[in-house]
Design a binder for this molecule. Structure first.
Ligand SMILES: Cc1ncc(C[n+]2csc(CCOP(=O)(O)OP(=O)(O)O)c2C)c(N)n1
Length: 348
């Protein structure tokens, strides 16, 4: 695990330029850990609800938590305002953006109260607005959100809006024309966009080596005139650092950055997929060694920030919170078929 730079002695810290990490205290690290445990518990519950026939489809984010949450925490901290265009595997990002576990489960179960699409779309797809953060569109169409994000950033530039735009996607999305077009345009116009590739090594069953002849997707960024940064996406502190740097660069007019966060996909592609057909159990066991929640726990234990007792308490609270959210979401009604056309056409 990367160490927060603020662990440096006080004298060194004062002479260094701001890393934006000064406020990452042990308390903050513990809060991050609790949030990551909550997302893991919620994701496991969503998969369970799918197996009970209650959630139609789940695209698990297990293994992507550090990349999604570390990125958003850094971006919220460093951007005056944010616009986000994520992809479908984004439960961690949604919770970091302020969606509650109950709201997430209302969306996953397609119930009344889903704040993203009113239960009309794939879970957690749609716009969510808070004063500092706008989730404009979550895309299920691979890479479609990338030109949208770039166009949005251009609109902000033209209207003098200092918003930084972030878009996230998988490695497979970088095989799509939309990605290349978006990257190219952002590079030419030096737009304030941070492109975050959550590279889990697979596009459903297609391994990276069958998608591209390079090891690091980030190598492609040079072709679009922007920095390409590789980061261990299972290390929340490392992600926080590189995304913070990219956001500050965007804010200062330095243009776009491409970040490749190397993550692990601990579960099948979605609840509809059977990865035993293309991954060995040895490979999955190996990936578990890079489980971001487990790694962060080990780091915090090692640093004396977390204890076994505190960890048990964090997990108990997460279970209780997810149990309450499940009960609330299960008790909520399904939308009335009579309002099927609402939110499609403007009402008078
Ligand atoms: C334009 C388009 N083509 C195909 C699909 C079907 N599809 C859904 S997810 C996916 C793989 C995407 O893989 P990647 O971008 O690596 O993201 P990951 O799911 O691995 O996180 C494909 C091909 C789609 N949704 N949209």
């Amino acid at each position: 695990m990367a160490r927060p730079r603020n662990t440096a002695p006080r004298e060194t810290r004062r002479t260094e330029p701001s890393t934006g990490l000064e406020e990452v205290t042990p308390e903050v690290l513990l809060r991050w850990y609790s949030s990551m445990v909550l997302v893991r518990t919620l994701d496991e519950r969503a998969m369970l609800l799918n197996r009970q026939g209650k959630a139609a489809i789940v695209a698990s984010c297990q293994g992507h938590e550090a990349a999604q949450m570390g990125a958003l925490w850094a971006a919220v901290r460093h951007a005056p305002s944010l616009a986000i265009f994520p992809y479908y595997r984004a439960l961690g990002m949604a919770i970091a953006a302020g969606i509650t576990p109950t709201e997430a489960l209302l969306s996953i179960l397609a119930k009344v109260g889903d704040p993203t699409s009113g239960a009309r779309q794939f879970p957690l797809h749609g716009a969510v607005l808070t004063p500092k953060l706008k989730v404009i569109n979550t895309s299920n169409v691979v890479a479609a959100q990338i030109p949208h994000a770039v166009g949005y950033a251009l609109g902000c530039r033209m209207s003098g809006d200092p918003t930084v735009t972030i878009t996230t996607f998988g490695d497979g999305a970088t095989s799509q024309g939309d990605w290349h077009e978006g990257m190219n345009y952002a590079g030419i116009h030096k737009l304030p966009v941070v492109f975050i590739c959550e590279n889990n090594g697979y596009a459903i069953s297609v391994p990276q080596r069958k998608q591209m002849a390079i090891v690091n997707v980030a190598d492609r960024a040079a072709g679009y005139g922007m920095p390409g940064v590789v980061v261990d996406g299972t290390d929340v502190i490392a992600v926080y650092e590189v995304v913070g740097e990219a956001v500050r660069r965007a804010v200062q007019g330095g243009g776009p950055t491409f970040i490749e966060a190397k993550v692990v996909r601990l579960l099948p592609h979605t609840s509809d997929d059977d990865d035993r057909r293309y991954r060995t159990s040895e490979e999955i066991e190996d990936l578990k060694r890079r489980d971001p929640v487990k790694k962060f726990k080990e780091y915090l234990l090692e640093q004396g920030i977390l204890t076994a007792e505190l960890d048990e308490q964090v997990r108990k609270e997460a279970r209780e919170q997810v149990d309450r959210a499940t009960a609330e979401a299960e008790a909520a009604p399904f939308p009335d078929t009579g309002d099927f056309y609402e939110h499609v056409y403007a009402s008078e």
